[in-house]
Design a protein around this ligand. Structure first.
Ligand code: GLA
Length: 414
């Protein structure tokens, strides 16, 4: 699928031959430590994580009681029976916490770095200015988590290359100086190619490529009304930045890494995404993309029928699908709820029904899904922790939601 091929643009509406950029010099010692700038989003997230004591105690008092689930199977064993991995996002703080680490290693077999591999954290500005090309340099957190993943038999989802958010503005400007103008299309295409090449080359050169089975090439490019989100990538390159992102990723990623488009509110973007992925093809009409990532930031009052209709529609593209950031808040988007025993039971049922519908489709062969990733382990460290979205409560006890995912109906709040 990810064959190397010459840049012919027949049949594609969005391409331009003149834009193919030249390769940039390789960055040196990409795995050295680097000072990474803190994005405001990360600041918010870590501040939030430190405030877990403020979370309602209803969650802890009302959740299912055993710290170590007594079921024979673990999550990873259950999903393996369906040919799937089960993952969580990961931070260095999680691997430093004894209880969380035990849950991770006994229940999960895939990780996605919550922040450390995002564009905000992987460019070296000084070296970029010095060399005149974008320089990728992964930080210590990335190395630490990849080594941890290797040691604990965890596969890795890469997240994320091309995004409008958590991406430094300076990469789009002349001389990497936001006081100057945005660079031309040709320059930005060359920077994009160099960036994507360096990411995959440095993972390969440092012996980490084999850990990765999927990579989010583009994150959150489409709006619910079907329009494309404006950002610095589209401003500099044009709307075909999306095609080029997949073209370069296909060119430089090893075949063993599936290339994903990842988005949220997916149940409202089905038609848009079906149309979009059909444009991500080479001159032979073969896909440059391997899968669609559904972030699945859901609510217990979301319409599961609509969700499965979207899944079935997206499956017809022939691509793989993954749930990539699953968490299910209590209540609805308009009226989120804090935890009570009753709504935690509803949450357990929601998780049960969601996973049940997925596994049925996977087993029937109508859904190609090889992994499901939750966006965290414990409610205490969730970016949506106020509404208790995860499988473990704030003291790391398994909730009804855990048993819902485990398909243990009698403990899932029914
Ligand atoms: C999006 C991104 C994730 C994470 C979440 C929550 O879903 O894809 O990486 O940042 O937002 O902040």
């Amino acid at each position: 699928m990810k064959k190397k091929w010459s840049l012919l643009l027949i049949g594609l509406t969005v391409l331009s031959l003149s834009a193919c950029g030249s390769s940039a010099p390789e960055s040196e010692s990409v795995f050295e430590s680097t000072n990474v700038s803190e994005s405001s989003k990360e600041n918010i997230q870590s501040e939030e994580s430190n405030q877990s004591e403020e979370v309602s105690s209803a969650e802890e008092s009302s959740q299912a009681s055993s710290e170590e689930p007594e079921e024979e199977l673990s999550l990873r064993e259950l999903f393996a029976e369906h040919g799937m991995k089960i993952g969580t996002c990961l931070t260095p703080q999680m691997t430093d916490n004894f209880t969380v680490q035990n849950i991770l290693t006994s229940q999960f077999n895939s990780i996605t770095m919550e922040n450390a591999m995002k564009p905000d954290y992987i460019f070296d500005k000084k070296e970029s200015i010095a060399s005149g090309d974008l320089v990728v340099k992964f930080g210590n957190d990335v190395i630490k988590m990849l080594d941890w993943a290797r040691k604990n038999d965890m596969a890795v989802r890469g997240h994320t290359l091309v995004w409008y958010s958590q991406t430094p503005a300076w990469i789009f400007y002349e001389d990497f100086d936001t006081g100057k103008g945005l660079v031309s299309r040709d320059v930005m295409l060359a920077r994009m190619e160099s960036y994507i090449r360096q990411v995959f080359e440095s993972l390969e050169n440092n012996g980490y490529s084999d850990l990765f089975y999927a990579y989010d090439v583009v994150n959150e490019a489409w709006m619910e009304d079907g329009s494309m989100r404006e950002n610095n990538w589209s401003k500099t390159i044009g709307d075909d930045y999306l095609w080029y992102a997949f073209y370069y990723a296909d060119k430089y990623a090893p075949d063993s890494i599936d290339l994903y488009y990842n988005d949220y509110n997916e149940q409202f973007k089905g038609d848009t995404l079906v149309k979009f992925v059909k444009t991500l093809v080479d001159e032979n009409g073969e896909y440059l993309i391997d899968g669609i990532g559904l972030q699945a930031h859901l609510y217990t009052q979301d319409d599961l029928d609509l969700y499965f209709k979207t899944i079935d529609k997206l499956s017809e593209t022939g691509l793989k699908l993954q749930l990539t950031e699953l968490d299910v808040c209590l209540g609805s988007y308009q009226h989120p709820q804090i935890a009570t025993d009753d709504n935690l039971k509803v949450q357990g049922q929601f998780y049960y029904n969601l996973v049940n519908g997925l596994l049925e489709r996977v087993d029937a062969g109508t859904l190609k899904m090889d992994a499901l990733t939750l966006w965290g382990v414990s409610d205490a460290a969730s970016w949506r922790r106020e509404y208790s979205p995860l499988l473990y409560g704030i003291t790391n006890k398994a909730k009804y939601a855990y048993y819902g995912v485990m398909q243990v109906k009698e403990k899932a709040g029914f």
